[in-house]
Design a binder for this molecule. Structure first.
Ligand code: HPA
Ligand code: ZN
Length: 317
């Protein structure tokens, strides 16, 4: 029986187009497009092209119940796949810009995540991401919101549900180093540290995430394959990479599904602690089980699948 952890999932990336249309109908009383018209938009030329649709769709999430419902639907989709742990990202800054406070969003998500623990036995927790294009000052304010939230002792019940901070959104134009101060504050507060790097950005971003931010895992990281010295460093320090094959294919980080799977195998060959994950399943054509199925369909054997699953459990916080 499969047993694995999902370490790279944006909960907003589970917003299925059918559900988006349901939200539009509920809130606006009308649907602006048919599901076929909407689905046509789910074909991306690169990361930024995807992010434009992703952030636009998030505008439909504007009540506490929306966040709980989104998370509940996600857990209903993945229960029974073999998923036993999930450490999911969320983007409080975009929700804040849409008028939804950290407190509203986090409490709604945390309640659903707690229920997933209680109802399904899935150990589910959250990592909040700073959006790199909003800059380090905005990130600092977001972290202040977190500190203020947990100063209220009534919120102690939620404290084990927020386990870390991450860094996402447009990578190539926004390197990690300016976020060093914010990461240091987060570490001193007892939060785990991760960052997206080496997805569309160069291996330099991976070095910087390790050395300037002190991250414990790298999200994506496939471009490490371009830098032998970096591969040695990742191997020596057993730094886990949360690789997302269907995402890499959908965002044209690689040019075929075969090559997305090849990246996983090449990194394993280099002795790297690789894990397989889904990123934004509603946008990229599949959930965590579909990513494992892709590997199987490309001829990856059960011994390697088992190793990847064990890696995911070891790399979990
Ligand atoms: N990269 C950067 N930002 C993101 C991603 C990603 O793959 N998914 C959601 N936000
Ligand atoms: Zn991601």
């Amino acid at each position: 029986m499969d047993n694995f952890a999902e370490l790279h999932l944006h909960i907003e990336g589970t917003l299925e187009p059918e559900y988006l249309m349901e939200l539009q109908a509920r809130k606006n009383g009308t649907q602006l497009e048919t599901i076929d018209e909407l689905r046509k938009k789910y074909s991306f030329s690169d990361l930024q092209d995807f992010l434009n649709l992703y952030y636009e769709s998030m505008q439909m999430l504007n009540a506490s119940d929306d966040y709980s419902e989104l998370a509940d639907r996600y857990f209903q989709r993945v229960v029974g796949t073999g998923l036993t742990q999930v450490e999911a990202f969320f983007d409080p800054q975009t929700h804040g810009a849409n008028g939804n406070s950290f407190e509203t969003v986090f409490k709604a998500l945390a309640n659903s995540f707690q229920q997933a623990n209680d109802k399904y036995g899935i150990n589910a927790r959250l990592i909040m991401c700073f959006e790199r294009d909003r800059g380090p000052e905005a990130a600092k304010k977001t972290l202040d919101d977190v500190f203020a939230f947990f100063e209220n002792k009534e919120n102690d019940v939620f404290s084990n549900l927020l386990i870390g901070v991450g860094l996402d959104s447009a990578e190539a134009p926004f390197p990690p180093a300016p976020f060093a101060g914010v990461y240091e504050r987060a570490r001193n507060y007892g939060l785990h540290l991760v960052a997206h790097a080496g997805e569309e950005g160069s291996p330099e971003n991976i070095w910087s995430a390790l050395d300037d931010l002190g991250v414990e895992r790298i999200d994506h990281g496939v471009r490490a394959l371009e830098d032998e010295a970096l591969l040695k460093r990742l191997e020596k320090d057993r730094v886990p990479l949360t690789v997302c094959p269907l995402s890499n294919y959908a965002l044209k980080v690689v040019d075929s599904k075969k090559s997305a799977v090849r990246k996983v195998l090449d990194l394993l060959d280099k002795g790297i602690m690789v894990t397989v994950n889904s990123d934004d399943p509603a946008y990229f054509g599949g959930y965590i089980d579909d990513n494992y199925e892709l590997l199987r369909s490309e001829g990856v054997g059960e011994d390697v699948i088992e190793l990847l699953m064990q890696n995911s459990l070891k790399a979990a916080f």
